[in-house]
Design a binder for this molecule. Structure first.
Ligand code: SF4
Length: 329
């Protein structure tokens, strides 16, 4: 709700009409089982950095290395992306894979995006969120910061966030909260995020209490994505709502095909990788399904292009790609 109120000022008439067009497109696509696209994406993710200082398990950067040619998005690609932004788009996730605070130009990019009247959000591991960085982020006008915290103790935290320092993270969170108070700034909204695994699920109640006390505005629990049934069997939460996968009668984890219906992400958000190539969605971490290239086409051409429409069509006809089989949408 807090986020909703902060988004309201970004909703121009054009953008509100686009939201209606989005809802109508979803309904008609479901009814006719063919893609009807009358809207622009209301969201965009731009990968400013495709590198990270952590080695978390289950992260594609750790496990397989993503196939980007650029570690950081070039200024030209960033400008090109923003210059072809569609009028209905108002929500910018300035991250995809990688740690955005490693990008030396992150605050400049936020400032540029704010001039386009975008709600700007980043997601970070928080390790580089020292006083200098926190000051730059607040001054840039950043609207929201998602911090991956995952635990209430160093012992639990370090099981997944390999390379992280829990005490430093708590210190950085305190610094950001104090600076916001000092500058009398409501922004950025701070979202404390917990990926729920079997090894940290007991800390859920304490996480809420501690993060509220520390000054987080939003507390969110998410189920992690696993790349193999074996890993899921080991670490998947025992709490049903945080399980993306089911166990068979022998206790083995099975990845279900959940591709019935419609995938709304194909209608509401477009992504641009650090190379300028557009993957199908945020689960396409290695960009195995390129929909276009921002150096050759505009965002609008890619959004309505043959590849994107064919992917939507296939999904609606139940012929979705393998990537969709391991997705909770
Ligand atoms: S993986 Fe498939 S189902 Fe999941 S968000 Fe992407 S397109 Fe949609």
């Amino acid at each position: 709700m807090k986020e909703f109120f902060q988004i309201i000022p970004y909703l121009t008439c054009r953008r509100i009409l686009n939201l209606f067009a989005y809802s109508l497109s979803i309904i008609l696509s479901k009814v006719f089982r063919r893609p009807v696209l009358m809207n622009h994406p209301y969201g965009i993710s731009i990968e400013s950095a495709a590198t990270c200082n952590f080695s978390c398990a289950e992260c594609p950067l750790t496990e397989r290395k993503t196939r980007r040619t650029n570690t950081f998005m070039s200024c030209d690609t960033f400008q090109q992306t923003l210059s072809t932004l569609m009028p209905g788009t108002f929500y910018l996730n300035l991250y995809f894979q990688g740690e955005p605070l490693l990008d030396p130009k992150i605050d400049e990019r936020i400032t540029v995006a704010k001039k386009k009247k975008l709600f700007v959000s980043i997601s970070t591991n928080g390790s580089l969120l020292n006083k200098k960085m926190a000051t730059k982020l607040i001054d840039s006008g950043l609207d929201k910061i998602i911090i991956s915290i995952d635990a209430t103790t160093a012992k639990t935290y370090e099981q997944y966030r390999i390379g992280g320092d829990f005490d430093l993270l708590m210190e950085n969170l305190d610094t950001l909260v104090q600076l916001k108070k000092k500058k009398k700034s409501k922004k950025p909204l701070i979202e404390a995020q917990m990926l729920v695994f079997a090894f940290n699920e007991e800390e859920i109640p304490a996480f809420k209490t501690i993060m509220k006390e520390k000054g987080a505005n939003i507390i969110r629990y998410k189920s992690p994505q696993f790349y193999s049934a074996k890993n899921a069997g080991k670490d998947m939460s025992n709490i049903a709502k945080f399980q993306r996968y089911k166990k068979d009668s022998d206790g083995n984890v099975i990845i279900e095909n959940k591709t019935q219906g419609i995938c709304k992400r194909l209608w509401h958000t477009i992504l641009v990788s650090s190379d300028g190539v557009v993957p199908i969605c945020c689960y396409d971490k290695d960009v195995k399904h390129p929909m276009g290239d921002i150096s050759k086409q505009t965002l609008g051409e890619i959004w309505k292009g043959k590849s994107y429409m064919q992917f939507r069509q296939n999904y609606l006809k139940g012929k979705s790609a393998n990537i969709c089989l391991n997705c909770a949408k």
